[in-house]
Design a protein around this ligand. Structure first.
Ligand code: SF4
Length: 359
């Protein structure tokens, strides 16, 4: 019989499992807190449980699917973790230290089925969807590494689902992970601290809007016209801009006060960064009466991708064009480029040996 993978279980599922072992319900609460609040990684560390129960758990269950293969430390403090799942698929996670609150960027799939031409992950293809537990574990391991086991992040943590994979093509497991992480008796990272980024899976944008405790939404645009977007993000052929933006418009109805929808726009030199593209983008958003903000993301070059990042002056001009047409735009700083941890660079590759740090 396959052992039960505990990190993937919701609290009620864990209670059911514990009861099936003939144990009282309060043991499930202890185990859940051990896994998610204290972030323990072995049954041996759960010393509040009787020895016999720990032995029984080891017989029927496992805590972990992920094994840390390598860890890289960028000169800007960003950390990239490369894991292997129990069945040998790569998973990548990035920890980004920030002034106000640190951010963890997690993956929802191993590889990615979408073929965005500016993204290295696309070259892996889809290897497999990650389970809820494999998503939760990425956060637990990154937190333990950054702060120490059982130590709470002093300023809380933001999570972004912008690592490898298209989160909305793994919707059920993603949402389960978000619910598990929000539990007050666990990690207690509420959905309000989570942003999920999609390449434009329109039906799930609407599905997300209907969930009361949902994460924030970011949509990667990369182009202001269907013609260019079809080339850069082939998913556009399935859900072209009018359909995607109409789903975004519907999503806006679910926004809370002070919440904004975010569009991401990767800046590719000579491809999508002209003044005309800027005007087209502003007109597109204004036509749909979207009061979203736009994050301009300098492209992170990686062999063999054929693109170069737009020069900073071009990015700034582009931003000014958007602002002049009433669209709020911000330039995002690239983090962890030297360790292949930046946007679009996750492809389970080795970074320079000098930046590897012992696991
Ligand atoms: S940008 Fe995102 S959706 Fe597109 S290929 Fe890369 S990981 Fe997949």
């Amino acid at each position: 019989m396959q052992p039960i993978y505990l990190s993937s279980l919701s609290q009620p599922e864990l209670s059911e499992f514990v009861e099936s072992l003939g144990e009282p319900a309060y043991r499930a609460r202890q185990i859940f807190a051990g896994l998610h609040q204290r972030r323990l990684r072995s049954f041996a560390e759960m010393t509040d449980l009787p020895k016999e129960l720990r032995a029984k758990l080891s017989e029927h269950a496992v805590i972990s699917s992920l094994t840390l293969e390598s860890r890289y430390l960028s000169t800007d403090g960003t950390r990239r973790y490369l894991f292997k799942t129990h069945d040998n698929f790569p998973v990548e996670t990035v920890f980004i230290p920030e002034e106000k609150r640190d951010t963890i960027c997690f993956s929802s799939q191993s590889g990615c089925p979408l073929q965005c031409t500016f993204c290295l992950t696309a070259q892996l293809g889809l290897l497999r969807n990650l389970t809820a537990g494999e998503i939760v574990e990425q956060i637990i391991i990154a937190l333990n590494d950054a702060y120490g086991v059982s130590v709470q992040p002093p300023r809380g943590t933001n999570l972004v689902g912008m690592g490898a994979g298209e989160p909305f093509l793994n919707f059920e497991e993603l949402m389960k992970a978000i619910r598990v992480m929000a539990e007050p008796s666990g990690l207690h990272i509420v959905a309000n601290r989570v942003t999920v980024s999609t390449a434009g899976v329109a039906p799930q944008i609407r599905e997300l809007a209907a969930i009361p405790d949902r994460p924030h939404l970011a949509v990667s645009l990369a182009a202001p016209t269907d013609k260019l977007r079809n080339e850069l993000m082939p998913i556009n052929k399935k859900w072209p801009l009018p359909e995607l933006l109409s789903a975004c418009k519907d999503f806006e109805k679910s926004l809370k006060p002070n919440e904004r929808l975010t569009f991401e726009y990767v800046m590719l030199a000579g491809v999508n960064d002209s003044d005309e593209h800027g005007r087209q983008l502003a007109n597109l958003l204004n036509r749909h009466e979207l009061s979203a903000k736009v994050n301009l993301i300098p492209h992170n070059p990686a062999e063999p991708l054929p693109y170069h990042p737009s020069p900073p002056e071009r990015v700034e001009l582009f931003r000014e064009i958007l602002e002049s047409k009433g669209v709020h735009a911000f330039v995002r700083k690239s983090r962890g480029r030297d360790i292949l941890a930046a946007c679009g660079q996750l492809a389970a590759r080795s970074a320079p040996e000098s930046l590897r740090s012992p696991c």
